[in-house]
Design a protein around this ligand. Sequence first.
Ligand SMILES: N[C@@H](CCC(=O)N[C@@H](CS)C(=O)NCC(=O)O)C(=O)O
Length: 219
Amino acid sequence: MLDFYYLSGSPYAWRVWLALEHKRVPYDFKLLSFSAGDFAKPEFAALNPRRRVPVINDDGFALYESAAILEYLEDRYAGSGGDLLPRDVKQRAIARRMVREADQYAATAMEGMVEQILFKEEQSQWDLAAIAKHRGDFVRELATFERYFSGDAFLVRAVGAADFTLYPLIALALRLERWKPDLGIAAGLGPKLSAWMRRMEALPYFLQTYPPHWKQDKA
Ligand SMILES: N[C@@H](CCC(=O)N[C@@H](CS)C(=O)NCC(=O)O)C(=O)O
């Protein structure tokens, strides 16, 4: 059985959850908690010396880094459930490029916003210039991805790794507007990305993967 180590609200862990469901790989869900000290436990460090989620442990093979986990799932569980990458070599390369772009640019900007808006104890500690910079970078990425849509319903042909990478990043950025309503993320979403988000939310396994503490409407 594959163990899946998860933290609610992590966009990287969400990507893996979507992929596991999409590929219909059975897994044992390990919900970790910072406050319970799960990240400090030596048994977790033994799985990931960086002490971050997501991590999978597939019958004794431990792997971290969410993008690498998706590649592993695609190879290890080839033929199970839906594909994570297109079969066509060029489309496959484009999907991998988009995963890389989302991780390199959109995720970096999202993390910059999260660092201020979620991780600072007091709103008075927010670095507004940093927020504005990262918000600008993020919205530029939204515009770039908006232009990537051709005629397909998803980023590259059928739903897969690129969609599972980008959606959680946008969902988390949108959620930051609860604390900073003038952040302007929703306003930066074009019509194609908006329609694509609704299609993502209509996937049969989407709700199951929705961050549990968001469902309970907790910060
Ligand atoms: N590049 C990593 C990022 C993983 C990551 O940053 N995880 C965060 C949650 S979103 C984490 O576990 N943080 C724990 C910590 O920093 O102590 C991936 O894609 O898996």
